[in-house]
Design a protein around this ligand. Structure first.
Ligand code: PMP
Ligand code: GLN
Length: 394
């Protein structure tokens, strides 16, 4: 063979992924390990999740088949999902036609965008947006149209929707409750969005993975339940958040049958299925009584209050957190921007956090930093103690 035939041609892959940096969650967790820092960056709880749910998974590993389960998910889990959302959110879902199990919400999102976005379709995205959304929209050939939500309230405003929606709008991708700003959209925000979806005949893809992690007596309202939205909404959930077991990667998708048909075609070639013992355990867990959900929220709200009080006590301006595992602080005046701030605190003070600019295209907001409070009191207190040094130094 000639040397030329041996040469590997330059190949950089699809530009969307070739030009993408590593996700901020992985980078910050690596930095946390390198510096032996307390990791309040990537969102995962300190704990092990509910013992009974883990025990159900362990039992199922021995007792149910470990071969491919049905592509749409175990019938027991699909029924449990429908029953769960009927009980908690008043939704009426047909488990056989309108519910599908995925390998995490991440797969559900990727599949939904692959399945629903046609090249050139416009996709409305709300900033701050979860970091997976934009690359997935672009890879699917979608054209992003941004609605920038403004701190500190991050509300949806009519004028911003009017700017973003057009005759070419095919999809709107909403995350409610919203990571990272910890906003829970209320009836007015949702009614406004539903009105635009109906007017422009758009499909709403609703990432509601944080639906159970909401505080201070709030109730989660699925966009799917609003008038005229049932037939045009894809709702996505995740057992990882419901049971504080983020490594499990069991997600669910709920959609009307015509949309589910095409969503299932993407799922069958993405992962096809999800480990059966975890599915069985999630089916068990979704039927847990209301006290579990109430206690989980109360416990997390207590941790939120502890971290919030600790951070305000040492001098931070803390923004409100209505849901999720997160709260954000305003770092204006403490560093030139959020990235510099996060690099500094992980290296010099031993605490990892997430710069919120990672959730904005073009980094239009650079003064907010996200901390995860789903941790033990000791972890939160130690982090606050370390960060106190920051204010002593300035
Ligand atoms: N969407 C949002 C808004 C998230 O915060 C996360 C993870 N925390 C996911 C999707 C991914 O969920 P999963 O781990 O089930 O893939
Ligand atoms: N969703 C988690 C967060 O916001 C991270 C998930 C991930 O690391 N991909 O922290």
């Amino acid at each position: 063979m000639s040397p030329a035939a041996n040469r590997i041609p330059p190949f950089t892959g699809h530009p969307v992924f070739a030009e993408l940096p590593e996700t901020v969650f992985e980078s910050m967790s690596r930095l946390a390990r390198q510096h032996g820092a307390i990791n309040l960056g990537q969102g995962f709880p300190d704990g092990q999740g509910p013992d009974d749910v883990r025990a159900a998974a362990a039992r199922a590993l021995e007792s149910v088949s470990n071969q491919y389960p049905p592509m749409m998910g175990l019938p027991s889990l699909r029924s449990a999902i429908a029953a769960h959302y009927r009980h908690h959110q008043g939704l009426d879902l047909d488990p056989e036609r309108e519910v599908m199990v995925t390998s995490g919400a991440t797969e559900a999102l990727a599949g939904a965008l692959m399945a629903l976005v046609r090249p050139g379709d416009e996709v409305v995205l709300f900033e701050p947006m979860y970091d997976a959304y934009l690359p997935l929209v672009r890879r699917a050939g979608g054209v992003p149209r941004f609605v920038s939500l403004k701190p500190p309230h991050f509300r949806i405003e009519e004028a911003a929707l009017a700017d973003a929606f057009s005759e070419r709008t095919r999809i709107v991708l909403l995350n409610n409750p919203l990571n990272p700003s910890a906003t829970v959209f209320g009836p007015d925000d949702l009614a406004l969005l539903a009105q635009f979806c109906r007017r422009f005949d758009a499909v709403a893809v609703c990432d509601e993975v944080w639906e159970h992690v909401i505080f201070d007596g709030r109730r989660h309202r699925p966009l799917m339940a609003l008038p005229g939205m049932r037939e045009r909404t894809v709702k996505i959930g995740s057992a990882g958040k419901i049971f504080s077991l983020t490594g499990w990667k069991v997600g669910f998708v709920m959609a009307p049958e015509p949309l589910m048909r095409v969503l299932s075609r993407a799922h069958q070639f993405l992962t096809f299925t999800t480990p059966p013992n975890l599915q069985e355990a999630v089916a068990y867990g979704l039927a847990k009584d209301d006290a579990y959900f109430k206690d989980m929220r109360a416990e997390l709200a207590r941790s939120r209050d502890r971290l919030s009080a600790g951070l305000s006590g040492i001098g931070f301006t803390v923004l409100p957190s209505a849901g999720t595992y997160f709260l954000t602080v305003d770092i204006a005046g403490l560093a030139p921007d959020d990235v510099v701030f996060c690099e500094r605190i992980v290296a010099e003070h031993g605490v990892a956090a997430i710069p919120v600019s990672a959730f904005y295209e073009g980094g239009s907001v650079t003064n907010l930093v996200r901390f995860c409070f789903a941790k033990t009191d000791a972890t939160l207190d130690a982090a606050v103690e370390r960060l106190a040094g920051l204010f002593r130094a300035t």
